[in-house]
Design a protein around this ligand. Structure first.
Ligand SMILES: [Zn+2]
Length: 337
């Protein structure tokens, strides 16, 4: 297994422990002028440091809204505080994945964990957000991605933000809903918008640049900054965005899941039927030509997402060339997982 150099320094976030709301590690400023509640969220996963650095810099820069309300939230602080350079993967979470808890049954259920306690404390905050940016990073160093869910409103806003260059329409994980899929964020039409940015490899300095740029452009697009400043920020040239639609989520069913190659993500597999992985006796093959692999995981545990499969929009491949049987079967697999 390849190891990555740790190029980033986790910032000291202890000055934010009291915050300025009733919730620790949450800072919020209300302009007093009508406008959206814009929330930038870091550390959904404790070892994804670029988001903490981006928030730290926003706060240090003295960012304040001139319309609406701006909130900076450090989410899974308990996991982040356990970050150890010798074991950087160990601090993703303490008890369970903070980003798989976001439905009513789990949040209001009887279970207890470090992450559930924090999720329950932060829930009222997220429920009042009109625009949420959730900053993440990835296990492998591949191009940054914006995960936009399925709603048109979210794609529209991601295009106003303008970065990163790859937008991924996806449904989420069988193991549990993400924060970006919580409640009204997932509603297809009107209502709040949540974006999840994957900035690059967890500990590469380039991921910090992406997190900072995405945060500022997100704030500019949201309308909480002065109009001339927003216009300046959004005028910076960026490459055109391309859309990948996730068609299949490969969820691990056995304790013996193996990829057939050392996939890193964003590989385009030319031929339909190419063997990607074996999960016990099950063979996982590409369902169509030019299939894109999205974020293959190193954490190959039963019930977890191993990889997502998708297609670039606008490749000249008609939607109808995806065999209906494949779509149906994968939809069913996902429900059973
Ligand atoms: Zn993450």
């Amino acid at each position: 297994m390849r190891t990555y150099r740790i190029e980033v320094t986790p910032p000291d976030i202890s000055p934010y422990s009291a915050g300025n709301t009733t919730i620790p590690y949450v800072l919020s400023w209300d302009s007093g002028v009508a406008g959206p509640h814009v929330l930038v969220n870091a550390l959904t996963h404790g070892n994804e440091i670029c988001g903490a650095i981006a928030l730290h810099r926003l706060i240090a820069d003295g960012v304040r809204p001139v319309r609406g309300k701006l909130t900076c939230c450090f989410a899974n602080v308990a996991a982040y505080r356990s970050f150890d350079r010798a074991h950087p993967n160990a601090s993703r979470y303490v008890d369970e994945d903070f980003n798989r808890l976001w439905n009513e049954a789990t949040l209001s259920g009887p279970r207890r964990s470090v992450e559930l306690a924090r999720a329950r404390a932060l829930r009222p905050l997220y429920e009042t957000a009109d625009l949420l940016l959730d900053i993440h990073s990835m296990q492998y160093a591949t191009a940054p991605l914006m995960l936009i869910g399925l709603a048109r409103k979210t794609e529209d806003f991601a295009r106003r933000v303008g970065v990163p260059a790859l937008l991924v329409r996806d449904e989420g994980h069988a193991a549990g809903p993400r924060l970006r899929d919580f409640g009204a964020f997932a509603a297809p039409e009107a209502g709040p918008v949540a974006l999840l940015v994957e900035c690059g490899q967890h500990w590469e300095s380039a991921a910090v640049d992406v997190a900072v740029e995405t945060s500022w452009r997100f704030l500019a697009a949201s309308g909480v900054l002065p109009a001339d400043r927003s216009a300046r920020i959004l005028a910076a040239a960026v490459p055109p965005q391309r859309l990948i639609t996730v068609t299949d989520v490969v969820t691990i069913e056995t304790d013996d899941f193996r990829f057939t190659a050392d996939y890193r993500g964003l590989e385009v597999i030319a031929a339909a039927g190419t063997l990607l992985a074996r999960d016990g006796g099950r063979e996982i093959r590409t369902p169509y030509d030019d299939c894109v692999l999205i974020m293959p995981s190193r954490r190959l545990g039963r019930g977890q997402t191993a990889v997502r499969l998708g297609r670039y929009a606008g490749l000249g491949v008609a939607e109808s060339t995806v065999r209906p049987s494949t779509t149906l079967r994968s939809a069913q697999d996902e429900e059973l997982s």
